[in-house]
Design a protein around this ligand. Sequence first.
Ligand SMILES: Nc1ncnc2c1ncn2[C@@H]1O[C@H](COP(=O)(O)OP(=O)(O)OP(=O)(O)O)[C@@H](O)[C@H]1O
Ligand SMILES: [Mg+2]
Length: 256
Amino acid sequence: MKIQFRDVGKEFPVRDSDHTFPALSGVTLDVREGEFLTLVGPSGCGKSTLLDLLSGLTEPTSGEILIDGAPVEGPGLDRGIVFQQYALLPWRTALANVEFGLEAKGVPRTERRELARHYLDLVGLRDFEARYPHELSGGMRQRVAIARSLAFDPDILLMDEPFAALDAQTRESLQEELLRIWEATGKTVVFITHGIDEAVYLGQRVAVMSAGPGRIRTVLDVSFDSREGDLRADPRFGEYRHEIWTLLREEAIPVG
Ligand SMILES: Nc1ncnc2c1ncn2[C@@H]1O[C@H](COP(=O)(O)OP(=O)(O)OP(=O)(O)O)[C@@H](O)[C@H]1O
Ligand SMILES: [Mg+2]
């Protein structure tokens, strides 16, 4: 198993009090090597918290997280992360931001530049390589962040609503591109999204979380006879979507 969450809990201290707030509780989840897993759940249920734990940026309060059978003990070059909010270095151009991770890996300068250009091209920003983050739109910044994590070519790709800020056209082409890259490279991908369609379209399995505190409610297998043609028009697609929608609706906080 590539990634294992074993009975993981995460509590945050509550400011000006002795209490803690349970963001995650009893999370048990396995992700197979080379799998594309999508994660959906109501806002605030702990999706980003779960990804932060996996990235090694924070530590669980209880339980353990294993990668290739070994406990996560901090960030590592095996994992690349695209954050919910674009995290670019403001003093570097788009191109230099994409090159950043490649420097850490020790890729030689010319190759680095070539790779960075290739991935900027892929996200449609060929003509914007010399721009600084503040000279780009929000969606463009997010695309630079995506190019950076793809160029870095990590074993495990962690993505926190990476396409949320993009227009529908760009989102669809990046979804396709991501699937193509995933199929070609056999990376393990954990992808958080608010979009049920996106979860079904991308995921081999969809993990549905519940709130208060966050848990894995169900993990749904998604499979289609063929991925050719318009997947979204496949009757199965609608069935999966409805199943997840129903689960999420049960999670919605009652009004009044
Ligand atoms: N550093 C922190 N300190 C205190 N509480 C936190 C911290 N980070 C997250 N939380 C709380 O933990 C819960 C889960 O937050 P998280 O960001 O993981 O949710 P999410 O599922 O990613 O939500 P969204 O879909 O809106 O991005 C929330 O109630 C949030 O307020
Ligand atoms: Mg989040």
